[in-house]
Design a protein around this ligand. Structure first.
Ligand code: CA
Length: 178
């Protein structure tokens, strides 16, 4: 099983938000729910999510403005989920900095695959080696999977972060604080 990614869901449709959260949890991720743009911005600062699922029609604003408020300082991958199928809206979302766009209704398996791709791209964009090997450990930074001698290890998010830091620092002195 892969280590968890923290995924923020900004969606005012409660039934959909709940079902997305349950799906993400079942897939081993840690979902965080926001029902409007203001709460979404608060949770971005608080949880520092690995990826954001973003509805466009929010009660306190447009999701496009939400994207604009994060970029270019915050490059957390954003997958837009919207019933708006017009090409102009998609173009606007991508130009503002969205990484992906799914039109409602969408299949959950497809969304999970897009999330995996988004997490992979984020790691690659940071310039980190997507696969780090040290000793018999292999860390797939994109998929957040750790293998020892080829067998996957189940880790908590904290353990994963620590291991990733240690692996990236392999060969260097890692301070006690880190
Ligand atoms: Ca909505």
């Amino acid at each position: 099983m892969s280590a968890r990614a923290t995924i923020l869901i900004v969606e005012d449709d409660k039934a959909l938000r709940r079902s997305l959260a349950a799906t993400l949890k079942a897939a081993g991720h840690a979902p965080v729910e926001a029902e409007n743009a203001a709460e979404g911005r608060r949770w971005v600062a608080h949880y520092r999510p690995d990826l954001i699922l973003l509805d466009l029609g929010l009660p306190d604003g447009d999701g496009l403005d939400f994207i604009a408020s994060l970029r270019p300082d915050d490059l957390t991958p954003i997958i837009v989920m919207s019933a708006r199928d017009a090409e102009a809206v998609k173009v606007a979302a991508f130009d503002l900095g969205a990484d992906d766009y799914v039109v409602k209704p969408f299949g959950l398996e497809e969304l999970l695959a897009r999330i995996r791709a988004g997490l992979r791209h984020a790691v690659q964009a940071k310039g980190a080696d997507p696969i780090v090997r040290t000793g018999d450990l292999e860390i797939d930074m994109g998929a957040r999977i750790v293998r020892r001698a080829g067998a996957e290890i189940d880790l908590s998010p904290k353990e994963y972060e620590l291991l990733a830091i240690l692996a990236l620092s392999a060969g260097k002195v890692v301070t006690h604080k880190r």
